[in-house]
Write a protein that binds this ligand. Structure first.
Ligand code: MN
Length: 710
């Protein structure tokens, strides 16, 4: 290492220190749950983000070489491919790889931060910023251990891009032309939506060139090679284009053609629809409609999922500031620090797109905050080093001040990590069910469940699903919501219909690919297709007909229902998607549904909370000030063999509400008659079902799977 300069050695040391710190902080969660078996599967912790099971499914299929048409497995995505690659070259089991990938990949963010600081001749600032950025509130939340999602590189890659652009402009070295272009290629491969950010960087460099450095041919080379890396064609075409451009830029004989090459890149960029993604992306974030009508066919109105997604919406300033810097004070100092940094080093203006995207969070939702984290960390770190330098020249005093101030900005973030005890997506018992199910099903079979459970089901049981974390619009959610919340008799028919119509739509899409525009067969939503198939023009008539003995389509595969106990918490949301008149878009009155885990029992009554109480002696419910009769009182429990037992006591046949006490979960459920008769309550809570329609396949108190027999 003797040939390295002192500065280079210090750079490497700082990177190692910050990287180790980032990794160790992410191990706190492991330490906290070390003995908690419910979070483990196959001897390893499970992941804690739903979407992770999507990438895991793709990686699993890449490794096994088994892929099917239309099963939704993302084998062409970067996240799945990188995971499969790591599994092949590293001596760890798959579950360990996906658990730790976010830990190690997201910690790489310290590298570009420190390298940028090196360019500004302020390495200490780099170290302080790297320590803060690697564990700042929102960055930690989205890159903690087990948060196996694209976020693990979504900040690392644009930060590397920013670093290479800064170094390109500052050094004007040829090699950075190539590094910038490669950064764009890798970033786009990892995250196809990276487009907007790439384009903002491009715009800023163009602006800089026009105002300050118009005569320098290097800038035009940089702009041209960036465009070659950004045009809307496959990466396998962009990569050689970039190499050719780089080769030509380095040859003396091509220097007079630089502007021609730039024109070619602009033409290619525009011709391939370079601007389109920008418009589409902007459109994507304008979603306010609750009910969205489909344009063709019966003009049905579906319930929009956006309404139930929490992260879209306005957030208070304090939350916003905490997410970016860990504390309001740190945040304000960070913004001031960044402004001062830009004042002293204009090159840092190039970081504006990242800050801007982070600030979009205040309107676009919390997930954007992470983009501002590293830049604002550099802001506060700059302030710390500048202020300290202003006050003292003494090395020991400086060091002391650095340590105290750095600890002060880190402290709220470390506190947050300590308290952020995120559970795994599934618990061990739920996964056991899916594992057993895997041995009983065929890859082409369907498992019906709410979309939250789609990816984990597909990963663990290797089956198909109707809806999942990426496919959950109002029209596809409707039939599944209908199945889970209507009577099991209607649900059974709908399940067979929806599965067969889904497969039929895949076939039509495939055939359409070979046809020209005029021959293509239009495909409407499944519900519209069904209504039409049965010769009806009103969807309500079709739904009513499910109560009769209608003829069902040819069965092509088996269908299963996966019913987890945890769905009891989201039942009111599940209902919403089918509790409306599709013809008019009018919502129906919400069913009565109340779960109580915090109840107080006294001699005469059980207080269930929210002003609802069960009067034990007279078998009535008090709701607010009103007393209402009870239809039935049910008590369930599991016997020694884990079999469900129940006592049903009929109280007042004319009443609507039933009370179910589930002793295994120490929970009360108060529901109206339609909810009581729903498939979810009947099959999951009461195990009451028609043996000619359903067969219980595997169950424990956490989840139950039934096979459809029609
Ligand atoms: Mn599959």
């Amino acid at each position: 290492m003797n040939h390295l300069t002192k500065e280079t050695k210090l750079t490497i040391l700082y990177i190692l220190v910050a990287f180790t710190f980032s990794v160790l902080m992410r191990m706190i969660w492991v330490y906290q749950f070390a003995d908690y078996e419910a979070f483990k599967y196959a001897g390893q912790f499970m992941i804690n983000t739903n979407d992770g099971y999507y990438w895991a499914e793709g990686a699993r299929d890449l490794l096994s070489g088994v892929t099917q048409e239309n099963d939704g497995s993302p084998i062409t995505t970067a996240a799945s491919q990188l995971t499969a690659f790591f599994t092949l070259i590293l001596p760890f089991p798959f579950e360990t790889i996906i658990l730790y990938m976010p830990v190690f990949l997201s910690s790489l963010v310290v590298v570009p931060i420190i390298l940028i600081a090196k360019d500004l001749k302020n390495l200490d600032m780099g170290l302080i910023a790297a320590l803060l950025a690697s564990i700042a509130w929102s960055y930690y939340n989205r890159t903690m251990i087990g948060y196996y999602d694209t976020d693990m590189l979504n900040i690392v890659l644009p930060m590397f891009l920013l670093w290479s652009i800064i170094w390109a402009i500052d050094t004007k070295k040829d090699i950075f032309l190539l590094i910038v272009a490669l950064d764009i290629l890798v970033y786009r491969w990892w995250y196809p939506q990276s487009y907007a950010l790439e384009f903002s960087f491009f715009g800023l460099i163009l602006f800089y060139t026009m105002i300050w450095d118009r005569k320098n041919p290097y800038n035009y080379k940089l702009l041209a090679i960036m465009l070659f890396a950004m045009i809307s064609v496959d990466g396998f075409i962009r990569f050689p284009l970039v190499l050719v451009a780089f080769y030509m830029f380095r040859q003396d004989k091509f220097q007079k053609y630089i502007y021609h090459i730039l024109v070619v890149s602009i033409v290619l960029f525009l011709a391939t629809g370079g601007f389109n993604p920008i418009w589409n992306r902007l459109k994507l974030y304008v979603f306010t409609d609750v009910i969205s009508a489909s344009k063709d066919g019966l003009n049905l109105h579906f319930y929009s999922v956006m309404q139930t997604v929490r992260e879209a919406g306005h957030i208070p300033f304090e939350t916003f500031a905490n997410r970016i810097s860990g504390h309001t004070v740190t945040f304000i100092l960070s913004v001031l620090g960044y402004m001062y940094l830009v004042y002293r080093h204009k090159i840092m203006l190039l970081a504006l797109p990242l800050v801007g995207l982070g600030f979009l969070a205040s309107v676009g939702g919390l997930r954007f905050t992470i983009y501002a984290v590293p830049i604002l960390a550099l802001g506060v770190a700059f302030l710390i080093t500048e202020l300290t330098g202003y006050i003292t020249d003494k090395k020991s005093v400086k060091l002391f001040a650095y340590i105290v101030l750095t600890l002060a900005v880190l402290y709220p973030n470390i506190k947050h990590i300590e308290s952020y005890k995120v559970p795994t997506v599934f618990n061990a018992d739920e996964v056991k069910i899916l594992d057993i199910l895997k041995s009983k099903v065929d890859r082409e079979d369907y498992v019906v469940s709410w979309w939250d459970y789609g990816y984990p089901i597909r990963y663990h049981s290797d089956v198909k699903t109707l809806i999942d974390g990426g496919k959950h619009g109002g029209s596809v959610n409707f039939p599944v919501s209908f199945m889970l919340t209507q009577s099991s008799d209607e649900a059974a028919k709908m399940a067979r219909l929806d599965v067969e119509f889904t497969e039929r739509a895949f076939k039509i899409y495939e055939n359409n690919i070979e046809l020209n525009e005029s021959q293509k067969v239009k495909v409407f939503t499944n519900i519209e297709e069904m209504t039409e198939e049965y010769g009806l023009s009103d969807t309500n008539d079709f739904l009513l007909s499910l109560q009769t003995d209608i003829e069902l389509p040819q069965k092509t595969r088996d269908v299963y229902f996966y019913l987890p106990y945890r769905m009891i918490n989201i039942y009111p949301t599940v209902v919403k998607f089918s509790n409306l008149d599709l013809m008019t878009g009018e919502m129906k009155a919400a069913p009565f549904y109340f779960v109580s885990r915090n109840f107080k029992e006294s001699k005469e009554r059980i207080d269930l909370g929210s002003g609802i109480a069960l009067n034990k002696l007279e078998q009535t419910l008090t709701i607010g000030k009103k007393k209402v009769p009870i239809r039935r009182v049910v008590q369930t429990y599991y016997d020694k063999n884990n079999q469900l037992q129940k006592h049903v006591q009929l109280a007042d046949f004319s009443a609507s509400l039933s009370v179910i006490y589930m002793s295994a979960y120490r929970s009360f459920l108060v529901v109206d008659e339609s909810t009581y008769n729903s498939l979810y309550v009947q099959l999951m809570i009461l195990e009451e079902y028609d043996k000619s329609l359903f067969e219980k396949v595997v169950s424990n108190p956490h989840a139950k799977v039934y096979k459809l027999k029609i």
